[in-house]
Design a protein. Structure first.
Length: 87
């Protein structure tokens, strides 16, 4: 798995780190696991770190799959802010 996450409840932050090659399925799995985690709370900010990522591999349809999953989980993060860091 090229994507891992860690929740810092005391900072109200969820940190996701991608490395090497990342696929749409890994992005979808990490998102589903994050929002199912018992430490997750709506309003936690999300920091996604792609600085060690060599390649993000997905097709145009995969973007639709990610958007669809996000819409399904919107009530779990609609009070959150998200930042993405990449080189």
């Amino acid at each position: 798995m090229a994507m891992i996450y860690r929740i810092f409840p005391d900072l109200n932050i969820a940190y996701l780190k991608a490395s090497k090659e990342v696929t749409a399925n890994e992005i979808l799995t990490a998102g589903a696991e994050l929002f199912a985690d018992t430490d997750w709370k709506n309003g936690f900010n999300i920091l996604i770190d792609y600085t060690d990522t060599l390649e993000v591999v997905f097709e145009a349809e995969d973007i639709n799959r990610i958007v669809h999953q996000d819409r399904q989980h919107e009530r779990l993060f609609n009070k959150s802010k998200c930042a993405i860091v990449a080189s």
